[in-house]
Design a protein. Sequence first.
Length: 319
Amino acid sequence: MIIVEGADHVGKTHLCRMLAKRLGMEIHHLGRLDRFWDYHRDYIAHACQEGVLDRFALSELAYGPVFRSGVNVKFSSHLQRCVARIMNRLGALSVYVHADWKTVAKRLAKQPDDMVSTESEHSRLHMQFVAAMSSNLALGERGVRYYPQSIDTSNRDITDVEVERIATTWALEQKIKDALNELNVESWGSLRPSVLFVGERCNGDHWEPFSGLHGSSETLSALLDVSEIPERAVHFVNAYDIKGVNQNEKIKALWHALGKPLIICLGHLAKTTLDASSVCTLGFPHPQWVRRFHFYDTKEYAQKLHALIIKHGEEYPIC
């Protein structure tokens, strides 16, 4: 999946068409993001795996409040992280297209927009989008991999060379994704992580580790926020799959495929399970420990987690 983000009249849709033609993909337009998480997850994971997505979360954050009768979409930090985990696991690549307002105004004069009636409103929306991107209010901050160079279309067209570079970068991500798919392991997250978090077991009907909208999953996202650990640096797997089967050997293969990142087992069950393999792991309290005994006081836990990752130091005791 390639996601193209950009304000109106910057050449975003044109780039989508060029990429779709180059890679033989379809172009998808995702609807509003204030729908149920199940719909959102399934749409991304199944409908858009092999396509070009014209706009996504960043656009919704910038334009949603305007076109949703002033009601802001509740796209929380935790939901952003969950969406990022899916897209990272799918090898998604986001591309940001932008242009200066002078160029956008010229294009707008040639091709008026039925959705926004005045130039001043267009200008405000344009600046709002640029601010959203520059301050990382959307998924860029929490981990979706962005193409290294944003595409500036001020007074120029997108070139075939740029399209080829994007296609090549995306293809490299797909090689890693395909290697993980062959392992048939229930995991998600970055394809180039610094840390592999191992949880205990699935909780509910979803196989994705820490995918619930509440409970320990939400607590872990808050802890990662406080620890300043982005999604692009982490991958998630459970010690036991959705059927309750031990995943020791699969996790070991996953660890190798991901480049042997630091493994942190969250909880006593995960640690004792992984100790049976020959992979070196570190133990750390499960997020539910914070929820149950520390009344959501995340600061100390987050500081220790951050120190553990930075230093790769001694294990903290499992509590």
